[in-house]
Design a protein around this ligand. Structure first.
Ligand code: SF4
Length: 248
């Protein structure tokens, strides 16, 4: 499925969803199936170890939730904080959700767990959309924020995944790579975009940095990651005035 078609499907789905809005039922849901991670990204509450309750959701608990929400939910995100591919039942969960009427399922991952077996299983699971966090076009840049990661490994894993989908002639999932623009990596945006277009990814997402990801109280230490180019800063009060922002 092309990115365009995927977006059309989302729009169509949302139109249909308008019809059941009056029922005041949830149309979309997000389930956090893993509450820990193999990385230590410095602005993330999981990476900063602010969230101590490290757990993976069991398959039985997941089924209970799906059985309750399937009456209205059609779009399902299988991530929040934490790395979803660390849940050993991820493929079974996707299949169960699909069987129970979820039209669109997506997840976001750091890509480090994506070995050949899991790649094959995920493509065949009917998941619709997967994006991967890779905020650099070189190991030197990547490792400054994705602490504990392995640039060569994630590029190898995601490239294999893209190639396998092509070889298997599957239209889904739409595969995206995401680049969060920060001070240390903004010079690599173009290189990153070209690199992944050449590899054959469906979508390249260039995203602004969320300084409030681990809560309002941590924003001060996160501001140092904001890029110099104000086009890539989402906070209007911080554009061109990063160093005189009043925290009180
Ligand atoms: S990869 Fe995602 S969940 Fe893991 S520490 Fe980084 S931001 Fe947090």
């Amino acid at each position: 499925m092309s990115v365009k078609k995927h977006k059309q499907l989302l729009a169509k789905n949302r139109d249909e969803q308008q019809n059941i809005l009056n029922l005041k039922m949830p149309l979309r849901a997000r389930i956090e199936i893993c509450r820990f991670c193999n990385l230590k990204c410095p602005s993330c509450p999981i990476g900063r170890e602010k969230i101590k309750n490290k757990k993976v959701m069991s398959y039985d608990d997941f089924k209970i939730i799906i059985d309750k929400i399937k009456v209205s939910v059609e779009e399902l995100s299988l991530f929040n904080y934490g790395e979803p591919l660390l849940n050993p039942n991820i493929v079974k969960m996707i299949k169960y959700a699909k069987k129970n009427g979820m039209k669109i399922i997506n997840l976001h991952s750091n890509g480090l767990q994506l070995d050949k077996k899991l790649s094959n299983e995920l493509i065949k699971s009917e998941i619709d959309y997967i994006s991967f966090s890779i905020d650099g076009a070189s190991n030197e840049t990547y490792k400054k924020y994705r602490i504990g990661g392995d640039f060569e490994k994630v590029v190898r894993n995601v490239s294999y995944f893209i190639d396998l989908k092509r070889k298997l002639k599957f239209k889904k999932p739409v595969i995206a790579v995401q680049f969060i623009v920060m001070k240390h990596n903004q010079h690599e945006i173009k290189r990153f975009t070209k690199m992944w277009k050449d590899i054959g990814v469906d979508e390249v997402i260039i995203k602004t940095f969320n300084a409030y990801m681990s809560g309002y109280e941590d924003r001060r230490s996160n501001l140092k990651y904001l890029p110099k180019d104000s086009n890539y800063i989402r906070y209007s009060e911080l554009r061109n005035s990063i160093f005189c922002f009043c925290y009180s």
